[in-house]
Design a protein around this ligand. Structure first.
Ligand SMILES: [Mg+2]
Length: 449
């Protein structure tokens, strides 16, 4: 083989396939979706066989010792053919997937084949295989969904051991944001009800493309694990759903006027990303997601603000603090939220975070979590550390702050050493990564409708 042909072959291998895949747009998305389709194997075989056939043809051409002047056009035609084939099959697959937009959640990838560490490492260490076969926008969006869901779970699990402890006790134990990571209890990090219920939100969005309360309640009930630290009110409502009773009566009357807790806000951040390009729909859908358990206006608005905070954080990089808070304040209905957000926009010292509360009610925790993020938006560790150091409802404060920051920074910015300690059994970190990827793809389906 001539020197020119060898160089051309190397160029084809290095840039030919990624270029062809990018031309096809979301062929990788289509391929993964097809894994769960009845006749998916045929397409997978074809899309995998094409690059092999193209390379084999290049090798055969090289072996015939054509001069490089003849070889180069042949190689270019080969890659052009490959690009066209990818584009045709990508378009074909997109059409097939669009027809399947009501398909349910496929949990099989988590259970099948890939071990948790490799699934996580794909994202946290650059996710190279997917990166070359997806468009940049798709890759970025998946990374944000993974960052949001893993950030929520990690914050939740990191804050859980200190839930309910007074601020001074937490600070005596953990010190400050520089010393906290050396003073955490050792062992696996286990998440609580915050993450467990966020999973139900994500599953509902994947299944329905929006919040349908009946489906949401079914997922909440299916995922219900009492040992995850659910509040007393949530336990009663979820048990009522499991028993087939009318839970709506309980949601309204368990507390006078409905619960004012942060239970609707703690689980809603992935919904914010899902509707990040339509804030009116986001506001309405966040309300729908709250209603099965929270009917008080303060709890509902807390959830709406949390969803919007995650959506805005995902869209703005770097964060423009003033514009970020202005967008949140513009949506506020309650003067208490607007006033707290206005004060939060002006602080510059973590010691001022105590102004916004650390309680289990939405009004004294949602703005705190947003303020923690806005103070240190480029550091997941500092954001979560400041949330935990507030004491009180530490798991939910850190879950909310972690979810917003994860959406803002994407998966690769989450600390690997801490992620490695996050539980990886049933519905653990591997499941969360796969769930986030499916959620991102469900968003693509809904957006293309
Ligand atoms: Mg909790």
């Amino acid at each position: 083989m001539s020197v020119g042909a060898t160089i051309a072959f190397a160029v084809a291998r290095r840039w030919g396939k990624p270029l062809a895949a990018r031309l096809a747009g979301d062929v990788e998305y289509a391929r993964m979706e097809r894994l769960s389709a009845e006749r998916g194997a045929q397409l997978i075989v074809i899309t995998r066989a094409l690059p092999v056939l193209a390379e084999a043809s290049v090798l055969v051409l090289g072996a015939t010792q054509l001069t490089w002047r003849r070889f180069l056009p042949a190689m270019l035609l080969s890659n052009l053919g490959l690009s066209l084939a990818y584009a045709i099959f990508g378009a074909y697959s997109r059409g097939r997937c669009a027809n399947r937009r009501t398909a349910g959640v496929d949990h099989a990838p988590a259970a099948r084949g890939r071990r948790g560490e490799s699934a996580l490492a794909d994202f946290v260490r650059g996710h190279r295989r997917r990166a070359i076969t997806m468009t940049r926008a798709e890759f970025d969006r998946e990374s944000q969904f993974v960052g949001c869901l893993l950030g929520l779970a990690l914050g939740d699990a990191l804050g859980a051991p200190f839930e309910g402890r007074p601020t001074d006790v937490v600070r005596r134990t953990l010190g400050n944001s520089a010393t906290i990571w050396d003073r955490l209890p050792p062992g696996a990090l286990t998440y609580t009800d915050d993450t467990q219920m966020a999973i139900g939100i994500a599953e509902t969005l994947i299944e329905c493309g929006g919040i349908q309360q009946e489906t949401l309640c079914r997922h909440f009930a299916d995922n219900y694990r009492p040992q995850r630290g659910y509040g007393a009110g949530a336990k009663k409502i979820l048990q009522a759903i499991l028993d087939g009773e009318d839970h709506r009566h309980l949601a309204k009357n368990l507390f006078p006027g409905g619960s004012i807790g942060n239970g609707a806000a703690m689980r809603v951040a992935p919904l914010g990303l899902f509707f990040a390009n339509d804030y009116d729909r986001l506001w309405q859908q966040a309300r729908e997601s709250a209603l099965p358990t929270h009917t008080h206006p303060s709890a509902i608005e807390g959830a709406q603000l949390m969803a919007l905070a995650a959506a805005l954080a995902a869209r703005e990089r770097p964060l423009e603090r003033e514009a970020y808070f202005a967008s949140l304040i513009a949506r506020c209905e309650a003067a208490a939220y607007a006033g707290a957000l206005r004060r939060a926009s002006q602080i510059s010292d973590p010691r001022d975070l105590c102004l916004f509360g650390n309680g289990v009610d939405a009004a004294s925790s949602v703005v705190t979590a947003i303020a923690c993020f806005a103070l240190t938006p480029e550091s997941f560790e500092d954001t979560v550390a400041n949330a935990i150091l507030q004491g009180g409802d530490t798991d939910t404060l850190a879950a909310m702050a972690g979810a917003i920051c994860g959406a803002h920074l994407s998966a690769k910015a989450l600390p690997e050493a801490l992620l490695a300690r996050l539980e990886d059994g049933h519905q653990g970190r591997t499941f969360l990564v796969e769930l986030a990827v499916q959620l991102s793809r469900a968003k693509s389906r809904v957006s293309s409708n």
